[in-house]
Design a protein around this ligand. Structure first.
Ligand code: RIB
Ligand code: CA
Length: 307
């Protein structure tokens, strides 16, 4: 079984990605580490704990950083809801995490089993960046790192150029892409291309059973935001399609390119700069996902939600 370590700013799409990992029989989840992003840290922790409980899992959840490396936290309740989970009245409080040592857990898990642990990041990269700054050797010890972040070949979703995870903490994103870690980049372009759900496609997801109902119901706010702000036919699931690539990398087409992240305060804050044509004299450092067939993602999602 492949071992996964998942870092998340648990809101409505993250939660579906967590369900996928917890339901997938070919992977085991060592731990879930939580970072502030979509919602403040305490809420993200509760959302992760609720989702783990819903899946009858004992995977430990650890709290991490409550703010970006060098900037104030700017959350995204307008996108996912005040509770991050569609504001549908779920009981998202009162659960207890395994502690607040997320950064230590990232370091100890990866360093304790060199080459065996795959890191999947679904939120701002604050926890991972601090782990790298404390123990740079995790870049060589991690088996692979799958990052949901960046706009890829398409527009941004929080600014015209930038995607939220990289924009929220651009210094952390730059630290990670420059770390030398074996990285696969799954940008928001892949979600827009292959992970949107119109009402009929959402209805089909509901038919998977209780986890399908949950996965659609918690997108209630995201569905409105997607239609009104992003101009797509219904909610999209960026973290789940990133998790699908992490679970089965063979579903993704990738291109090895040089990638960096801009850290200014202007319109380019958090922009992932991908040297698509190799024009800059910089060695490629990231496997950029350029395509995931929708049917491969949706087929895996239906399989895992129906289990
Ligand atoms: O831009 C999409 C990403 O930002 C997703 O991870 C979503 O959960 C938010 O964190
Ligand atoms: Ca996320």
């Amino acid at each position: 079984m492949r071992r996964l370590l998942i870092d998340t700013d648990t809101a409505s799409d993250d939660a579906v990605a967590l369900v996928m990992a917890l339901q997938e029989p070919t992977v085991s989840v060592d731990a879930i580490t939580v970072v502030a992003g979509n919602v403040p840290l305490p809420q993200a922790v509760q959302n992760a704990l609720y989702t783990v409980e819903l899946c009858s899992s004992g995977v430990p959840v650890f709290a991490g950083r409550s703010a970006p490396l060098m900037r104030r936290l700017q959350t995204a309740e307008v996108v996912h809801g005040k509770d991050g989970m569609g504001d549908i009245g779920l009981p998202l409080s009162g659960r207890t995490s395994a502690g607040n040592s997320a950064v230590d857990v990232i370091i100890d898990t990866i360093m304790g089993s060199p080459g065996e642990v795959t890191l999947v990041t679904l939120g701002p990269l604050t926890n991972v960046a601090i782990a790298l700054l404390r123990e740079p050797a995790i870049a060589e010890s991690v088996a692979h790192c799958f990052v949901m972040g960046g706009a890829g070949s398409g527009p941004g979703n929080v600014t015209p150029l930038a995607e939220f995870n990289f924009w929220c903490d651009p210094e952390a994103a730059r630290t990670v892409v420059r770390s030398g870690m074996p990285l696969t980049h799954i940008g928001w372009d892949i979600s827009v291309a292959s992970a949107t759900f119109d009402p009929d496609e959402a209805a089909a997801l509901r038919t998977c059973g209780p986890l399908g109902e949950y996965s659609v119901n918690i997108q209630a706010v995201l569905d409105i935001y997607a239609k009104e702000a992003s101009g797509i036919p219904g909610f999209d699931l960026p973290d789940p399609i990133a998790m699908a690539v992490a679970i089965d990398p063979s579903i993704a087409t990738t291109a090895r390119r040089h990638v960096d992240v801009l850290i200014g305060d202007g319109a380019d804050r958090g922009k992932d700069v991908i040297d698509w044509h190799g024009v800059a004299d910089q060695d490629p450092n990231v496997d950029v996902v350029t395509h995931v067939p929708r049917e491969a993602f949706v087929g895996m999602l239906h399989r895992l939600l129906a289990e």
